[in-house]
Write a protein that binds this ligand. Sequence first.
Ligand code: HAM
Length: 430
Amino acid sequence: MASCTAPKGTFDILPTPATPAEEWKRSHLWSYLERVMVDLARTYAFCEIRTPIFEQASLFIRSVGETSDIVSKEMYTFQDKGNRALCLRPEGTAAVMRAFVQHQLQQHGTKHKFFYKGPFFRYDRPQAGRYRQFHQFGVEAIGEDTPQQDFEVISLLVEIYRQLGLGDLRLQLNTLGSHACRARYTKALLEFLTPHTDRLTPDSQRRLHANPLRILDSKDPNEQALLERAPRLIDVIDGASRQRFEALCSLLTKANLPFEVTPTLVRGLDYYNHVVFEVVSDQLGAQNALGGGGRYNGLLASFGGPDLPSVGFSLGIERTLIALLEARCCLPPPPAPLVSLIPLGPAAHTACFDLLYTLRRQGVCTELIDAKTVQKALQKAAKLNATFALVLGDHEIAKQTAQVKIMKTRETKEVAFGNLTSFFLNPPGA
Ligand code: HAM
């Protein structure tokens, strides 16, 4: 049988990845990151929501936009046995909106704040920082249309990176204005670009009529030069939209959160209006966006729900971990059994087996080590990074005491059986 490997663009998250370059796939780092994010989101009073990994394909076509790259090129769509057109979710916002409408969550108050994490799927050319199954952590705040709400969401994103110790990041910010501003600007941009169609890349020529705003994202130097003369979004937005953007900017300035107003930032999903933002790292190469989001007033109503304004973000866990390792941020060591039990002989083996479950029940992380000699067992304990090794033989059983080796200092202490748990949980001198 041909050897089986994970599908292209996917990967396994393992306790011990094969190479240092795959360090970001270490499972304990994933648990750590998710814990930091979830704890922070809860501190900001967001509650968890979990939605299915597959949804009706139309959900994303309608909201993310038919002409967006996500829908036009990257969706994993399939027909199930009941002939339903389904897809693996490419993003979380539309799914949260769908769940909100389906369960009429507006009945539970005026403000609704959700966080989510999990796998998402986009069929794209895999490269460093871009995968076909990737993982996001995201939040959506529904019900408030204020700069303060925008600020809360952006400051949570920034705070996550601050707590993780990732300093060298840039927060980019732009406003798309209201739906009407966006439409007006799209028209102005189209009028400006049409006479220069032959100077555009094939990709941009395709976008010119489908979604001209996306041309602003172009990395092509010729296009970038052309776009310098293009009308600017910030110049066509109405007074009220400008004022709310300025109010957000002053909240960020007051809170000492540096940001860059980036007039070309439009983001690749159609549902945005007013503020859009991204956190980028200069250490990540081409896939430099760690996370991003924006306001998407009107989306909930477009699904038949109440017309509640909303704002949110999501960030990529893979890119965040890669950036953390690149920047040599302080990360927790792999978990190790705190106590390795080393039995000497059959009677000790039985005693250790009992002790193993007694200690575990009392919350002490414990592992039993089988080896031919004490020396080999101690080597195994060292490899497991154990804090203590408890060696038990007939003599110790008779005395009801154990020899506990403190692995770091190589000191040995005699501890009465009855005192073992407190010794391990509160070691003397710790
Ligand atoms: P997005 O910018 O498409 O936004 O994705 C958010 C983040 O997911 C990106 O910044 C990136 O870190 C990560 N990401 C996206 N695609 C890939 C990929 N193929 N491989 C690895 N990482 C990837 C959204 O998804 C919106 N739903 C965000 C949002 C929430 N807006 C409002 N609320």
